[in-house]
Design a protein around this ligand. Structure first.
Ligand code: 0PR
Length: 382
């Protein structure tokens, strides 16, 4: 650190130089990310509440009320308005909280969790932090979890089963209803990771899609991860964790003697209220209609992109269920396709199961970006 500070102008000039080197979602060039341009209403609300700390909610009672309202609204969206939960940093923290609740409900030796092979790597972190053995269930031909594989893995050590509504790599929805039945019958905690799908599946169904049930309307579902900073258009970091019952929060709570609340169940102590304010504002401003339009438009563009990829002579890994497209090309490795696309300014990502080029058609991706992308893809092919 220098002894003397520099002027504000100079600071911002330097910041602008760093910013120039960052990609922007607005450019339409980021095609491998589950984040997007935050909506302006969410941004404004976020700025308004930068000072608010939900780690000490008694001081920020307005923000705390908003958090309660957001949780109730998300619960309603997911089939149950009287749910319990928090607005947190993202899907990773949400999944860790769910696994922690499941583990603490049982308190057995050598606890195990069963996750689909397609699960996000946050479950590996959860297993490591919480000393859980993670067992991976196989997938079926459509890359959804194979129910028989889950059944085979269940033992008296199982403290949680996880299903995914919108897998990270392919956007697939696991057979949540069947998993719910199995877990209900065997009295096993069942968590649904809808970090990606939570903000699109309900809205797509409202406009006539027929996507499978995945939420609290299924009696076996104990908790759901739903991330406003993915398809919810909130600024990062904004995640959501919802529990069917308050007891799941209670088993994680610790006493917080000198704060304005007596107990705390979140992992993070000091936590921003800005994310809550942004989500509250967006739910109010966009309403179901706004989110229906956003989710439907992403799906329309996903269809356009998928068709274009096939027409260009590449092969889709699977027909997209949500707004994620994965493909390969004969005689060319996915990482080489990605490299050639990168040279043309497109940031795609690589899926690992199976190895393929992966594109997430987030709300910042416009038709003109898809058209330009397909032109460049054609150049790679021929
Ligand atoms: N659950 C699912 C189903 C996810 O896809 C993700 C993240 C998480 C949980 C964890 O969420 P957080 O990252 O919010 O903790 N999925 C994206 C991924 O790993 C996250 C991401 C976003 C990656 C933007 C890259 C990027 O540019 O692909």
């Amino acid at each position: 650190m220098e002894e003397k500070g520099i002027t504000k102008d100079r600071v911002f000039e330097l910041l602008r130089n760093y910013k120039k080197r960052d990609m922007t979602h607005r450019s339409g060039r980021i095609l491998g990310s589950m984040c997007t341009c935050p909506h302006e209403v969410g941004l404004k609300a976020y700025h308004m509440f930068l000072e608010s700390n939900l780690g000490d909610p008694g001081l920020f009672q307005g923000t705390k009320t908003m958090e309660n309202e957001v949780i109730a609204t998300l619960g309603q969206l997911l089939g149950k308005s009287d749910v319990y939960g928090h607005i947190i940093t993202g899907g990773t923290e949400a999944n860790i909280m769910a696994m922690r609740a499941a583990r603490n409900m049982c308190r057995i030796e050598d606890p195990e969790i069963i996750v689909p092979k397609s699960a996000h790597f946050s479950f590996k972190k959860a297993a490591d932090i919480l000393c859980l053995n993670m067992r991976e269930a196989q997938l079926d031909s459509q890359y959804r979890v194979d129910i028989n594989s889950v059944k085979e893995l269940i033992s008296d050590k199982t403290v949680a089963v996880v299903g995914i509504a919108g897998t990270t790599e392919l956007g697939k929805i696991d057979p949540i209803e069947e998993l719910s039945d199995i877990c209900l019958e065997r009295e096993i905690f069942f968590h649904v990771d809808a970090a990606f799908g939570g903000f699109s599946i309900p809205f797509l169904n409202q406009v006539g899609y027929d996507l499978p049930k995945f939420d609290f309307s299924l009696p076996g579902v104990c908790s759901v991860t739903i991330d406003p900073h993915k398809m919810g258009l909130a600024p990062i970091p904004t995640g959501g964790i919802l529990f069917r019952d308050k007891s799941y929060l209670d088993v994680m709570s610790v006493e917080t003697p000198y704060l304005t609340e007596e107990n705390q169940s979140t992992i993070v102590g000091t936590r921003t209220g800005a994310s809550t304010a942004a989500t509250w504002a967006l739910l109010k401003h966009l309403g179901s209609e706004g989110y229906q339009k956003i989710a439907s438009r992403c799906m329309e563009l996903t269809k356009l992109l998928s068709q274009g990829i096939k027409d260009t002579g590449f092969q889709l890994i699977t027909e997209p269920q949500l707004n994620i497209v994965a493909f390969t090309g004969e005689g060319i490795a996915p990482c080489d396709i990605a490299k050639l696309l990168d040279e043309k300014g497109w940031a795609v990502s690589i899926a690992s199961h199976p190895k393929s080029v992966r594109i997430i058609v987030m709300p910042h991706v416009k038709e003109e970006h898809i058209t330009a992308f397909l032109e460049d893809l054609k150049d790679i092919r021929y």
